[in-house]
Design a protein around this ligand. Structure first.
Ligand code: DAH
Length: 354
């Protein structure tokens, strides 16, 4: 029996040496140390042995069993290392390759410009006041001194949301940020502890505006505006000029020159438009400024007494100035963008340049 054990061991170790994958090793285990292996057969014949043979054969059989098991364990480790080495060789990592760029989202160019404008105005003491996009005719026009059928309404063709049964006061999409002036003044004057002495106001009103226009390279049906409003005692046109000169220098550079041209808006009197010296050609004349040397950037004026009154401010005691500008227009001028439709066209090739 001892000879047989030696043979079993020899044969098992021999067949183990040629094994090179896990499946074969599993099969080897079943065949050589499994329940119906020749080795286990020896254990089951144990009963037939004499008293003297039992311990001799028993310890020999146990030794063979332990030897086969430890040989199997060794082989198993060997196979694992071989697999790892193989995968390391196959999946070689070239650490000198350039990395993959991670695409980072950005703010829309208009939002970026809107924020630049608001940052500058904030430095100058203007607080942001956000007002609604859906307005009434009363707020968008009438309170701003446009009566129904006033010809100045033609400058602001309107999207109506609900016109039925509302007479002279249909609901509409705001055509400019100016109705926020009325809402801000009313908020402040109604909250005042002394109604004859409402607080002064210095605010910036940003947001989307809507006009029922033919969409062309020069006009869109939606665009942003930033409106400025200052109301207080003894505010003069000189304050307006100083504020806008300061703003223009902060926005377009220390040397930026500006000029005021007389204009008309129903809600300001007097009214003006402001041009900056063309920053593309330096005022010499080019395509962007259409050879005039100047670029129009905003409308402004002294708040009309009727508008102050509508906001709850006594025009005999209070005065104020207002101005309104377009971030998209500023971006177009700054970056020589010749078509306003790019802004809402959602073409990443345009957007990712900002
Ligand atoms: N609301 C005017 C527009 O949309 C812009 C404007 C002009 C705003 C003069 C003002 C202002 O506050 O004083 O065309």
């Amino acid at each position: 029996m001892l000879d047989k054990l030696n043979e079993i061991e020899k044969a098992a170790l021999e067949s183990l040496s040629s094994i090179s994958d896990q499946a074969a090793l599993d099969a080897w285990r079943v065949a050589n140390v499994g329940r119906s292996s020749p080795l286990m057969g020896i254990f089951s014949e144990f009963g037939k042995l004499s008293k003297e043979q039992k311990p001799v054969v028993g310890s020999a059989a146990n030794r063979v069993k332990a030897a086969l098991e430890s040989a199997e364990e060794g082989k198993s480790k060997e196979l694992k290392i071989a697999t790892l080495a193989k995968s390391l060789a196959e999946e070689k990592l070239d650490v000198t390759l350039p990395g993959r760029t991670v695409k980072v989202g950005k703010l829309h160019p208009t939002t970026q410009q809107l924020r630049r404008v608001l940052d500058i105005l904030a430095e100058m003491g203007f607080q942001v006041y956000t007002s609604r996009e859906v307005e009434t005719d009363e707020m968008n026009f009438q309170m701003l001194n446009f009566p129904p059928h006033h010809p100045a309404r033609d400058m602001q063709d309107t999207f109506f949301v609900e016109a039925d049964n509302r007479g002279d006061n249909p609901i509409l999409m705001r055509t400019h940020t100016s109705p926020g002036q009325i809402r801000a003044m009313r908020d402040a004057s109604r909250a005042a502890t002394d109604p004859l002495n409402p607080p002064s106001i210095r605010i910036a009103l940003p947001g989307m505006c809507f006009r029922y226009e033919q969409i062309t390279a020069r006009s869109e049906i939606q665009f942003n505006q930033v409106e400025g409003l200052a109301v207080g005692r003894n505010i003069t046109f000189a304050d307006l000029k100083g504020t806008l000169a300061d703003f223009v220098r902060r926005m377009f550079g220390e040397g930026a020159r500006l000029r005021f041209r007389a204009s008309y808006f129903p809600f300001t009197e007097p009214s003006a438009e402001v041009d900056v010296e063309c920053f593309v050609c330096g005022g010499v004349g080019c395509q962007v400024c259409k050879n005039s040397g100047w670029l129009e950037i905003l409308g402004c004026g002294m708040v009309h007494p009727v508008v102050l009154q509508n906001g709850g401010y006594d025009p005999k005691v209070y005065s104020g100035f207002a101005f309104g500008m377009g971030p998209e227009r500023q971006l177009m001028l700054r970056n020589k963008i010749n078509d306003i439709r790019y802004f809402w066209g959602n073409d990443v090739r345009f957007l990712e340049q900002f």
